[in-house]
Every structure is written in structure tokens, then in C-alpha cells.
Design a protein around this ligand. Structure first.
Ligand code: FAD
Length: 400
């Protein structure tokens, strides 16, 4: 269905750069509204993306179609441990999250965008080299062709070309994560059936994980870039030893940034918008970015559609939706991450021992509750938490 070798220049309503969950969702939503959409990706699909591939229930609920064809495992619980301490099993009544491989998930989402009418060029014909605003249009140069559109959506991930070329502000800060696969030709070990394993308190501002997939395990570790920097490989090896995995058996080792926006940072200018990782919308606590990628793609569509129809003179409505629906959670989650970073033991003890705290954390993944609502329920203690978190952030930057 893709046409990576087609090098003709073309004219569209909207060009979407990047065909991850953000780009494919925005392209599908706009094509469904009857817009002429061109989606470009430099990678030939199906392509690999460094990611744990966990799709939360709240992410899946954003989509108007079933993800079953690409779900490899359903989990309804987690083993949680602090460092090398004993792991405690926590479960939920229903599913908690779906395990996918990004190569299959993203290909599936891009196909849904094409089915809705979006055109897709991947591989060398989709590699965006430069972006320019000329008159009321954007010119996007790929190998051997220039595509034009009134609206340009940057869905090109961390350090994307659209944000860079158009001078958007960079994400305030970044986490980094490293992940790899462990082949399990005999199937997932029985203890991990329907469960994920999480190791907290080892990687500053993050965690280590073991996720079950179809024929392999995905292992990874991630945390604040300012603190963990080059130590991630050693952290991943330590994690493997904790779970009795031989680090020498790891395959497909990959690392990547998880960008986080500064509240108030502009997400649009003229007819250009940033969505997903390009906008820095990753959840700091869980590292979940697929939800916000899809949610921001959905939020962008009506704002772009109204702008193209002349009903509004800018797509500013997109920024308002993100600030209302996504940003409060990112801010609250950032504060919780700092608390976890500074005081991992009480945080993990709460998850392991308090049924209510565990249930509340699980509900943030299913979408029954937001992290912002969870923090606000702490009443006056919420502002104390926020002020503690600010101090930890300041100290962390002092530590650099
Ligand atoms: C190790 C790791 C583990 C993670 N695990 C999870 C998880 O389990 N669950 C979860 O929800 N989130 C997870 N995340 C975060 C998640 O991967 C991202 O938030 C998510 O991929 C963002 O989607 P996106 O569509 O914005 O960007 P991406 O998925 O990064 O897609 C961007 C696309 O843009 C394309 N592109 C870039 N530059 C250009 C260019 N110049 N021209 C054309 N195309 C271009 C790329 O090829 C890519 O396909 C993890 C992140 C990391 C690093």
C-alpha cells in the first residue's frame, strides 16, 4: 500500500511528517474528515521503534477499531520490586495493558490511516530533509520531490525535523531508555503469563522492566537523562541478572529519548503543529507515550479541519485541548516521578502494600482515573508534594 519510490511532487491540505502512533492517528482522523493528507516517514514500514510496546487500555480506547490483530499478550497484573528486594505480585480484576511490538502496531495504524484515505510515502521517498514556510504554504523537501500543504504536522518524534527547522522550542527535559529482546522460543515463562515485572528504585527517575511478548521477552531500563546518562547499559545488565536472564542473550539492543514538554511551550505556529513525542508529551512516571501520541493526533484533527475550512484563523484550539486534557497529567506525573526518584522506598512500599494506592495507579493506565486527579485527591498534601518535587528537580539539575 505504501509508495516509497514515488518521487512526484504534490499538493495537499495537510502533510504529516512521521507515521508513528501520533502521525497515523492524525492522518486517519483528518482523512476521515475528508481532508487530502500526505503522510511521510523516512523508515520503510514495518519499521522498528525503540519501545516497550505496552499499549494501555486508555490508549486502545481512543481508537475506533480493534487492536487484537497486533496484541501479543494481555496483562492483568505486575510484579513490583524495589532494587533486588522481594517482588510483590499486584493484580487487577480486568486487563491492565496490551503487549505489542511497535513494528507490527505502527504498521497496522499506518494501514488504518491509508484505509481512511491518507496517502503514505515511506522509506527514502518519505525522508524529510527540509521544511520551509513560503507564503501561506509549507514546502517539504524529500529525496527528489517537494510536497506542499497549508498545514504541516510534525509527528516526527524526539528531535523531529519539523520542530527543529521551524524553530519550535525543544522539550524541557528528557528521559532516556534502553531496551532489548530475549528470545523465548518455548514461549513466555509461566510466572510472566499475564504479568509484567517492574524494578523500581534502581534507575533514577525511572524503572526497569520485563514484558512478555509472543515469542520473546522485552527488557529495558530508563530514567532521567541528567542522572542516568551513560549508565543505562550497566543498569540493563544488572536488571537481567536480577531476573536470571543472561545479558549475553539480549538481541536488538536499542536506546532512545523520551522528551517532556515545558508547560506553556508553543505547540503550533502559523499552520504548523507538533504532536506526540515531537511535542514532548511523554508521561514522565510511566514513560507511556503512545497514549498522548494518539490523543494529540486526535486533538489536532478538529483544530486543523476548522482552520482549513476558514472557521478559525489558526489551529490554536489544538494547544488549548492539549493544555486542558493532557498537560495537567504530565505536570502531576512529573512531580510523582521526582518523589519516586528521591524517596523510592516509601513509594514502592505504598504500591506493594496499599491496595488503594495500587488500584489508583492501575486506574491511571486503564483511563478510569488521571494522575492529576490522583494527586489532587491528596488535598492539601498535594501542594506539599509539588513543592518537594520542585526542590528535587532543582537539586537534580544542581547534581549535573
Ligand atoms: C525504550 C523506550 C520504551 C518505551 N516504552 C513505551 C511503552 O511501552 N508504552 C508507551 O506507551 N510508550 C513507550 N515509550 C514511548 C513511546 O515509544 C513514544 O512516546 C511514542 O513512540 C511516540 O509516538 P510518536 O508517533 O510521537 O513518535 P515515533 O513513534 O517516534 O514516530 C516518529 C516517526 O517519525 C519518523 N521520522 C523522524 N524523522 C523523520 C524525517 N526527517 N522524515 C520522515 N520521517 C521521520 C520516524 O521514522 C518515526 O517513524 C517508550 C520509549 C522508549 C525510548
Amino acid at each position: 500500500m505504501t509508495s516509497g519510490t514515488d518521487q512526484r511532487s504534490s499538493e495537499h491540505d495537510v502533510i504529516v511528517v512521521g507515521a508513528g502512533p501520533a502521525g497515523s492517528t492524525a492522518a486517519r482522523e483528518l482523512a476521515t474528515r475528508g481532508r487530502d493528507v500526505l503522510m511521510l516517514d523516512r523508515a520503510r514500514f514495518p519499521r522498528v521503534k525503540p519501545c516497550g510496546g505496552v499499549v494501555s487500555l486508555r490508549s486502545a480506547s481512543l481508537l475506533p477499531f480493534d487492536l487484537s490483530p497486533v496484541i501479543e499478550h494481555v496483562v492483568s497484573g505486575a510484579y513490583v520490586r524495589l532494587g533486588d528486594g522481594a517482588q510483590v505480585e499486584r493484580t487487577t480484576a480486568g486487563p491492565l495493558a496490551y503487549m505489542t511490538q511497535r513494528s507490527r502496531l505502527d504498521h497496522f495504524l499506518a494501514e488504518r490511516a491509508q484505509e481512511a484515505g491518507a496517502q503514505f510515502r515511506d522509506g527514502s521517498g518519505g525522508l524529510v530533509r527540509s521544511v520551509q514556510q513560503r507564503g501561506g504554504e509549507y514546502e517539504v523537501a524529500v529525496n527528489g520531490a517537494v510536497h506542499r500543504a497549508r498545514v504541516l504536522i510534525g509527528a516526527d518524534g524526539a528531535n523531529g525535523v519539523v520542530g527543529n527547522k521551524l524553530g519550535f522550542e525543544h522539550a524541557r527535559e528528557s528521559a532516556v531508555a534502553l531496551e532489548a529482546n530475549v528470545p523465548c522460543p518455548g514461549g513466555v515463562p509461566p510466572w510472566l503469563e499475564g504479568r509484567v515485572a517492574l524494578q523500581l528504585g534502581r534507575v533514577a527517575g525511572g524503572y526497569g522492566w520485563v514484558f512478555p511478548k509472543g515469542d520473546h521477552l522485552n527488557v529495558g531500563a530508563g530514567g532521567w537523562k541528567t542522572v542516568v546518562g551513560g549508565e543505562l547499559r550497566a543498569s540493563l545488565d544488572r536488571l537481567c541478572r536480577t531476573y536470571e536472564i543472561d545479558p549475553a542473550t539480549l538481541t536488538n539492543l536499542r536506546g532512545h529519548h523520551l522528551p517532556m514538554m515545558r508547560p506553556g511551550a508553543p505547540l503550533w505556529a502559523g499552520g504548523a503543529l507538533l504532536i506526540g513525542d515531537a511535542a514532548g508529551l511523554v508521561d514522565p512516571l510511566s514513560g507511556e507515550g503512545i497514549y498522548a501520541a494518539m490523543a494529540s493526533g486526535i486533538a489536532a484533527a478538529p483544530a486543523v479541519d476548522d482552520y482549513l475550512s476558514g472557521l478559525t484563523d489558526s489551529p490554536a484550539g489544538y494547544q488549548r485541548t492539549v493544555e486542558r486534557e493532557l498537560l495537567p497529567d504530565i505536570v502531576a506525573s512529573h512531580a510523582l516521578t521526582e518523589i519516586l526518584h528521591a524517596w523510592p522506598r516509601p513509594f514502592v512500599t505504598l504500591i506493594q502494600r496499599s491496595e488503594r494506592f495500587w488500584a489508583a495507579m492501575a486506574e491511571t493506565l486503564t483511563g478510569e482515573r488521571t494522575i492529576d486527579a490522583l494527586v489532587r485527591r491528596a488535598g492539601p498534601a498535594a501542594s506539599l508534594l509539588a513543592s518537594l518535587a520542585r526542590r528535587v528537580t532543582a537539586r537534580r539539575y544542581g547534581e549535573r
